[in-house]
Write a protein that binds this ligand. Structure first.
Ligand SMILES: CC(C)(COP(=O)(O)OP(=O)(O)OC[C@H]1O[C@@H](n2cnc3c(N)ncnc32)[C@H](O)[C@@H]1OP(=O)(O)O)[C@@H](O)C(=O)NCCC(=O)NCCS
Length: 197
């Protein structure tokens, strides 16, 4: 189990699933990053403005991917199909509390042409396995806009519990938005993994 002083892993952990390779995101992925985070849905549903240009995309990769892993404060994988290095989306953990509560928040996004094919279900399952084992998490949480039907369904089908609503918790483009909080506990994940064997 990871402790607060130890690095998460000496090398970036690549995860493999039946169809996918979850790999490190590098500055060479700036074009993908720019395209992915310029999608109107992704902007609206993640409540995050798109990068202005490739340099801004590189800064975001440093801020949200490279530094968190280097400093062991979180991890974000790029999602690719096995045998094709091009990224289709990202997912990962941030707001990682390594001592005591052992919790982290999960985020995910996918280019629209790859949606509704079960890709994020497969990717999140792999990331949950990593989180509950190697990262030693006790609780994984996901916050979502109540209007985000895809995200709501994704976490529900993965067995997350709906904890409640943080009213007007996010402010984006001039309006306050609710966040629905979902969580999955280690024992729930372990029971589901056991049942699916
Ligand atoms: C949320 C998102 C990552 C889902 O990825 P995905 O690979 O399309 O999801 P999956 O194909 O694994 O589908 C998971 C479940 O959600 C359902 N679903 C997917 N898209 C849906 C939609 N637009 N409306 C309703 N249900 C949807 C699927 O049918 C599936 O449920 P089922 O197994 O009961 O059929 C993707 O829609 C996305 O990137 N959206 C924009 C970014 C975003 O919203 N990020 C999350 C911010 S909180």
């Amino acid at each position: 189990m990871a402790t607060s002083s130890a690095p998460l892993a000496p090398r970036f952990p690549v995860l493999e699933t039946k169809r996918l390779l979850l790999r490190e995101i590098t500055l060479d992925d700036a074009e993908f990053w720019m395209r992915n985070f310029s999608d109107p849905d992704v902007i609206e549903l993640t409540a995050y403005e798109p990068p202005r240009d490739l340099e801004a995309a590189k800064s975001e990769i440093l801020q949200f991917c490279i530094r968190p892993f280097r400093e062991s404060t979180g991890i974000r994988w790029g999602i690719a199909l096995r045998g094709n290095p091009d990224l289709m989306g990202t997912l990962g953990y941030h707001q990682w509390v390594r001592e005591g509560a052992h919790r982290a928040r999960m985020g995910y996004d996918l280019l629209r042409e790859h949606r509704r094919k079960g890709i994020m279900t497969e990717a999140v399952r792999a990331a949950l396995g990593y989180g509950f084992t190697t990262m030693g998490l006790h609780r994984v949480e996901a916050l979502t806009d109540p209007a985000n039907a895809a995200s709501l369904r994704l976490v529900e089908r993965l067995g997350f519990h709906r904890d409640g609503t943080l009213r007007e918790n996010t402010f984006f483009r001039g309006r306050f938005i609710d966040d629905v909080v979902f969580s999955l506990l280690r024992q729930e994940w372990a029971a589901a993994a056991q049942a699916n064997r």
